[in-house]
Design a protein around this ligand. Structure first.
Ligand code: SF4
Ligand code: SF4
Length: 447
């Protein structure tokens, strides 16, 4: 094995060999986990990123040999369970990722372990419910049902019962559902002429996402209004399923494939017709940009969608570079504390949201680039909630320190968690929680 320290080459990522039976077999899986754990134990750079690494290092340090070979294989799962697949260790820390011969892909060996666990043992009802965002959304937004669901989610006694029976932390704030779903109520775009730029297609498909469709349709309307203000024709997809990220986090790769088979046949022709595809939720964008191409590297349609996919602020910045974005801001926003979520960071597009917010006159942006600890469904689970709030604490403090008028995160779920953390910290000025798309819509004076 090479002992070369770090890598000078650009990182690459190997596709996941998830259709191979060996991917799930205990022997080869334990061997690969042990190999990577051994490298990590010698390196320890990631100790502050999440609880997976401290869990691993404690297991090693407390073992008889004080090496990975002294850790019981059954205890490997303690590490796996602490990983919420934020991808930060791969993208921001690890010098041993491919093409380095050590070939360390910590998040994807965690995913492999989660997939093996899901195949062997399935998942508890709570996890299956939390990751069925589409089904839960459809059910919960039925008129009458929606009021009942929202009432239950915001009633302490009901939440205590939910914690006891289902394992959803009573203290974790959950999003409410909205029966006026985005996809049903999105305003139709006017037929502006398509102005393609050198860097940006001049027409946009909005992939609404389960969260925007069922929980915060206002974010979809904000995106549509910003596009309309810039005379970019847009449309929504005829049919849409969950992007698959929650099922990926569960290790349920068959469901990821099923969802892919709904979305990709609808999105790929649009990508080939020259539409940009934009979603307002970074994890969903990342799913199309990174995870689906690594699971289905031979699928030309998946790759076509990947190449058409934009984070909304990535699109706006490139549109500006093309000379096709308006900067006619009418409303200053004062002090914004802005959080970059992990799944936006690992898209490797730079701090595009901050860049756009900083264009707004009389507006200052306090940027916090650190994990807020929510991480998909992980932070609402009873057994992880306290850890999750602990991971987020530094973010809550640094966001509140700037005495913001607004607190904002590209990830609406992280945004809600940050608002909760700041409120519970008792900070004197907490700021109003608004998504960056809402802030941009406000700055344009589109109230
Ligand atoms: S992917 Fe994120 S949660 Fe998982 S081990 Fe890496 S840094 Fe920790
Ligand atoms: S993932 Fe890479 S950087 Fe992090 S502890 Fe392991 S070897 Fe070190």
């Amino acid at each position: 094995m090479s002992s070369r320290e770090g890598s000078l080459d650009a990182p690459t990522r190997h596709p996941l060999d998830w259709r191979n039976a060996e991917f799930y077999e205990q022997g080869p899986l334990y061997a690969e986990l042990g190999r990577i754990f051994d490298i990590c134990h010698g390196c320890r750079r990631c100790v502050s990123l999440c609880n997976a690494f401290p869990t691993l290092f404690d297991l090693v340090d407390n073992s008889a040999t004080m090496e990975v070979d002294g850790v019981a294989k059954d205890d490997y799962w303690k590490v796996v369970d602490q990983c919420y697949l934020c991808d930060l260790c791969y993208m921001t820390k690890c010098p041993y990722v491919p093409p380095h011969p050590w070939n360390v892909d910590f998040p994807h060996v965690m995913l492999r372990a989660k997939a093996a666990k899901f195949r062997d043992r399935g998942a508890p009802l709570r996890d299956r419910m939390l990751t069925s965002t589409d089904r839960m959304g459809k059910l919960s937004t039925i008129p009458v049902v929606v009021q009942a669901v929202n009432k239950v989610n915001s009633t302490p006694a009901a939440r205590k019962l939910m914690e006891k029976t289902l394992g959803v932390a009573a203290a974790a704030r959950l999003p409410s559902y909205d029966s006026r779903t985005f996809r049903k109520h999105a305003e139709r775009s006017l037929a502006w002429p398509v102005r393609d730029g050198a860097r940006t297609p001049g027409k946009v498909v909005i992939f609404s996402t389960c969260y925007v469709n069922y929980n915060e349709p206002g974010l979809g309307h904000d995106l549509a209004r910003i596009l309309a203000h810039n005379e970019v024709p847009y449309r929504i997809v005829d049919k849409e399923a969950c992007c698959g990220m929650p099922k990926l986090e569960l290790g349920d790769l068959q469901s990821v494939e099923r969802l892919k088979d709904v979305n990709i046949p609808l999105l790929a022709p649009l990508a080939r017709e020259g539409w940009a595809i934009v979603t307002a939720v970074p994890s969903c964008t990342l799913m199309f940009k990174q995870e689906l191409p690594l699971l289905f590297p031979e699928d030309a349609d998946v790759l076509a969608v990947r190449d058409a996919m934009f984070d909304p602020f990535e699109y706006f910045v490139l549109r500006d570079k093309d000379g096709l974005l308006r900067r006619d801001f009418k409303r200053p926003l004062g002090r914004i504390s802005y959080h970059i979520p992990c799944h936006a960071r690992v898209q490797n597009v730079g701090q595009k949201t901050r860049e756009v917010l900083e264009w707004i006159p009389e507006t200052s942006v306090n940027t916090v680039e650190r994990c807020a600890g929510h991480d998909g469904t992980w932070g609402v689970k009873r057994e992880y909630y306290a850890d999750s709030m602990k991971i987020g604490r530094a973010v809550f403090r640094r966001m509140a320190e700037a005495e913001p008028d607004f607190v904002s995160s590209d990830c609406p779920i992280a945004g809600r968690r940050i608002a909760q953390g700041i409120e519970e910290s008792g900070a004197p000025q907490q700021g109003r929680k608004e998504h960056p798309l809402t802030l941009l819509r406000m700055a344009y004076g589109l109230d």
